[in-house]
Design a protein around this ligand. Structure first.
Ligand SMILES: [Fe+2]
Ligand SMILES: [Fe+2]
Length: 199
């Protein structure tokens, strides 16, 4: 097997998308945790923008490529991660449902009042915990094995799938809207001296 000089493009894309998703979900968690101690009401419109981001990008763009290409290729080469991959695929299938549940809980806060906020807060806590555990498994268990077992031809197929996503979203203007929405969200979040949110 030939040795790869440059890291696979798909890994860089997956890590970048995880970083964006972490910024958004940590921001959401920050807002719900800060709300009970704040004199001003929580920014529900920002929460809505965050949920819109989660539902439209990671759920519909990122996960299908992991299932169809990364996980599928790994399972062609090894069965050592079968149970982890089964669990991740199931989490992908549940992710959009959980995000819609969050959206419903947010709408209840907007239309029924702040007494519905504790339920929304509890769902956000669960969701953020669920998502961080999901991404940690992919980064700490799946990607290291992928680097070991996949060959250059496998990576070419996976890279093409992730790069095709990028190209398609560039051509339709979707990428621009994604960047705009992500900037709007990240620019609205308070930043500590270390440059990260302390939640
Ligand atoms: Fe995933
Ligand atoms: Fe992922």
């Amino acid at each position: 097997m030939s040795i790869r000089i440059s890291p696979p493009a798909a890994i860089g894309i997956i890590e970048e998308e995880h970083k964006h998703l972490s910024t958004v979900i940590d921001g959401l968690l920050y807002i719900v945790r800060a709300a009970p101690n704040s004199d001003t009401p929580p920014d529900l419109s920002l929460c809505r923008a965050m949920l819109y981001f989660i539902i439209h990008y990671p759920e519909r763009v990122h996960h299908p490529k992991e299932d169809q290409y990364l996980f599928a290729k790994i399972q062609q080469r090894t069965h050592q991660l079968d149970s982890e991959i089964d669990a991740l695929v199931e989490q992908h299938a549940n992710g959009e449902l959980l995000a819609h549940r969050l959206l419903d809980a947010l709408l209840a806060v907007e239309f029924d009042g702040l007494e519905s906020f504790p339920h929304f807060h509890a769902l956000v806590e669960q969701y953020v915990h669920f998502y961080h555990a999901h991404m940690r498994t992919e980064e700490e268990q799946i990607l290291p094995v992928a680097r070991q077992v996949l060959n250059d031809t496998d990576w070419q197929v996976i890279d093409n799938a992730f790069l095709e996503n990028r190209q398609k979203t560039n051509e339709t203007g979707e990428r621009y809207r994604y960047d705009q929405l992500f900037s709007r969200i990240s620019n609205s979040l308070p930043v500590s001296d270390s440059g990260t949110l302390s939640i």
